[in-house]
Design a protein around this ligand. Sequence first.
Ligand SMILES: Cc1cc2nc3c(=O)[nH]c(=O)nc-3n(C[C@H](O)[C@H](O)[C@H](O)COP(=O)(O)OP(=O)(O)OC[C@H]3O[C@@H](n4cnc5c(N)ncnc54)[C@H](O)[C@@H]3O)c2cc1C
Length: 474
Amino acid sequence: MWFRSDLRLTDNPALHHGWQAAEGELFGCYVLCEQFITQHPINSRQLWFIYQHLCLLQQAFEQAGLAFHVLRVQRAADIPAAIKKLCAAQNVTKLVFNAEYPVNELLRDKAVIAALDAIGVVSKRYHDRALVPPGMLTTQQGTPYKVYSPFARAWRSQVMNFEFNLYDSPIALSNKPNNSLAPQSPGQAMLQGAFAQCGIEAAALSMSELWPVGEQAAAKTLAEFCRNSMSNYRHARDYPALIGTSGLSPYLAIGVLSPKQCVIAGRDASQGLWSEDEGAACWIGELIWRDFYMHIIAAFPALSRHRPMQVYTEGFAWSRNQDDFKRWCEGQTGIPIVDAAMRQLNQTGWMHNRLRMVSAMFLTKNLRIDWRMGERYFMEQLIDADFCSNNGGWQWSASTGTDAAPYFRIMNPQSQSERFDADGDFIRRFVPELKSVIGKKIHNPAGSVENYPAPMVDLKESRATTIAMFKALK
Ligand SMILES: Cc1cc2nc3c(=O)[nH]c(=O)nc-3n(C[C@H](O)[C@H](O)[C@H](O)COP(=O)(O)OP(=O)(O)OC[C@H]3O[C@@H](n4cnc5c(N)ncnc54)[C@H](O)[C@@H]3O)c2cc1C
């Protein structure tokens, strides 16, 4: 079983079927590819999260008397040979894995399948990342959906007919996060060796309290969200100062949790009314966005090559001003809600969904900086970094994407702030320079606080220029 972004034992289709076919004679492997880490990129927070979950998988395998191998390779092109060598050495007859859809991953898998085929090893691919596998939903013309609403309708009618069965874990879970640096077994030493130069220790300190490690921790977060917050999700989800959303994205991103587990929990918590119940339907709608962007990436390979979905926007004169970009990255723009959002990202590795839209729109529509720079910065920081959702979110905000925000509908960060952080609680939490600012002024202190910068751009003027530039291009 080749684990990739499906780092769990429960409800893992490749593991379930592989286990049955192997009649218990199965071992696990994971490939750490330096080229993927630097180019995609995989940031140190997410690497730390991956590492922790691999430790748990490896312990569980060891406790069941099964091997778990971690291979480290430099280039993606080295992966087929590395897996082939391992399979030959271990007399493997069949390799199972769950699909990933961006182009580099598909090419990698194709090369691995061909390499194994040459030595008589059969490869079998399963689907677990999206609830409805990419390619399964098409319009009446047989083309991929490019618009969310009809996609969501088709998704719901398809999923309504699903028989939901969760696959139990074939072996006992391990729930001991690896906080010690001394390896406890040869398998752990191999795992630590592979991750040695990834800078994960630095990330570990601040992350383990925010994001508890393990499948059981993810399941607990899911259950608590369904019990306590789902019914009010539609209202609470837009307010960054509240804990109104599930916080499950880091687990979904590396596959510690499956979307099926989420939908089943949502259905059960709403007494089966998951398509009508306000909270459940709205929350499942977000999981549908996740599926949607995965379908889009699978259907349009150019998106994996940094191209916009709306071809006409290729001609837009994006800025690449490094000073402006740095101020945005560091949360020093002088727009409090944007700065609070960016500092939340930098300090915690996570950002509230509304603020992802607000900060991405500010970068692309007010500073007119190339969305690909923002997209990469998010990939470098987010513990829930996911190529499909991130690319979708950025192209939506930049109006270059499928079903994107129309170019003339630009969020004003100040009004967003007044509406969704009315009392400024969220701003004060992350921008301590503004702690003493009272009343509405918190949303626009405009140079009145000594150690806080004046706005780096005029919101109205920059908005008008951007709209004019898009209009001219169209
Ligand atoms: C510019 C931008 C970049 C983004 N980058 C990422 C990313 O790298 N990784 C990522 O997982 N999400 C990304 N999102 C989507 C969304 O912001 C996060 O999934 C959400 O904030 C995670 O918080 P949560 O788990 O509490 O979500 P909840 O509100 O509880 O939603 C449940 C789950 O649904 C999925 N989801 C929610 N909203 C979206 C959405 N708009 N698009 C796709 N899936 C969604 C997530 O898997 C999430 O965990 C991005 C959005 C924008 C606008």
